[in-house]
Design a protein around this ligand. Structure first.
Ligand code: NAI
Length: 332
């Protein structure tokens, strides 16, 4: 089958890691026609906004986008491209599977969890205002419908991927109304899924338990800000930002992207780890139903990692982005 997919290479290390992922997808024999689009600083320079209409229209046409990291212009009144994309396309769920990889030794073994993050509201709604001089307020918007949708996504994901437990993460003891509403909705869905184990944990308690005993967690569902922080924390348990893939999924569209940012400190040096981008490509293949090609890429990546001779600096090696890419393609 052939596919038409929107490609946003991003900036910083974006073009390097995405270039690697595209070569690998191609080597796995998946026929994809890319519709190139832009976001972030490049889009601000050309169109005066982080996500131009052209980019949104492209994704509305192709339904699926493969996206690299983009730098967020700070404090100039521009919306983060990521937040904008998620809101404009109703990508309400962000899913990040975090698992130990072969050959990468970290302090923890048997980590195999999934962070499911509400993507469209909460403290990232962008509603900030000055109350009086020297005092600002940032609104945390929580709606019943978004809580219900993210809960549904988490339980569906759990069931469809053979997982057993969902943990709802919150701070309802303090934010009684907002996190309270979140829990209320998740509990309703838990009741409808009696065969999936369910529990609840405060965000501070989860943070401590995650660094002490991460292997006991399965699917974690939470609001926007908590999810942003916990996905980075969790990636640190298995080798860092360079190895964790991500997906933003809504009812009609999906955008697949690595968890990491544009890493300005590494950009242009050819040293970035393309693994997170490659594994995001695998998540995209699975979403498209191309499981065989996805498995082929995953197997090739695992072989290279297990072998241990070729790895990038973030994983303690000396190889370049290109050497790592070539090693995977050789196996494919
Ligand atoms: P970052 O993820 O770009 O970098 C944090 C650290 O991780 C740096 O030391 C970097 O070198 C390292 N790192 C990241 N990706 C790596 C890779 N593939 N291989 C090896 N090392 C890697 O986070 P930072 O510095 O906070 O953000 C930089 C820019 O990226 C900001 O403008 C931020 O807004 C943006 N960003 C964009 C995201 C996206 O487009 N999805 C996500 C996160 C940040």
């Amino acid at each position: 089958m052939n596919y038409h997919i929107t490609l946003i290479e991003g900036d910083g290390i974006g073009p390097e890691v995405m270039g690697s992922a595209l070569e690998i997808l191609d080597a796995a024999g998946v026929d994809i026609r890319w519709d190139k689009a832009i976001a972030g600083q490049e889009a601000v320079d050309k169109f005066g906004e982080t996500v131009p209409e052209e980019t949104i229209n492209s994704i509305k046409k192709t339904k699926v986008a493969f996206k690299g990291p983009v730098t967020t212009p700070i404090g100039k009144g521009f919306r983060s491209a990521n937040v904008s994309l998620r809101q404009k396309l109703n990508l309400n769920a962000c899913m990040r599977p975090v698992a130990n990889l072969p050959g990468i030794t970290t302090r923890h073994q048997n980590v195999d969890l999934v962070v499911v993050r509400e993507n469209s509201e909460g403290l990232y709604s962008g509603l900030e205002h000055q109350v009086v001089k020297g005092v600002v307020a940032s609104l945390k918007v929580i709606s019943r419908s978004a809580c219900n949708a993210i809960g549904q996504f988490a339980f569906d994901y759990c069931r469809n991927h053979g997982r057993r437990k969902v943990t709802a993460v919150h701070k309802a003891a303090v934010m009684k109304k907002s996190d309270g509403l979140f829990l209320e909705e998740i509990r309703k869905i838990a009741k409808k899924n009696p065969f999936i184990e369910y529990d609840e944990l405060a965000i501070d308690s989860l943070s401590m338990q995650l660094v002490m005993e991460p292997s006991k967690f399965d699917v974690l569902v939470m609001g926007n800000l908590y999810g942003d922080i916990i996905s980075d924390l969790a990636s640190g348990l298995v080798g860092g930002l360079g190895v964790v893939p991500g997906a933003n999924i809504g009812k009609d569209y999906a955008v697949f992207e690595p968890v990491h940012g544009s890493a300005p400190d590494l950009a242009g040096k050819g040293l970035a780890n393309p693994l997170a981008a490659v594994l995001s490509g695998v998540l995209m293949l699975e979403y498209l139903g191309e499981h065989a090609a996805g498995d082929r890429i995953r197997d090739a990546v695992y072989k290279v990692l297990e072998d241990g001779k070729i790895r990038t600096a973030d994983l303690g090696g000396k190889s370049s982005t290109n050497e790592f890419t070539r090693a995977i393609i050789e196996i494919l």
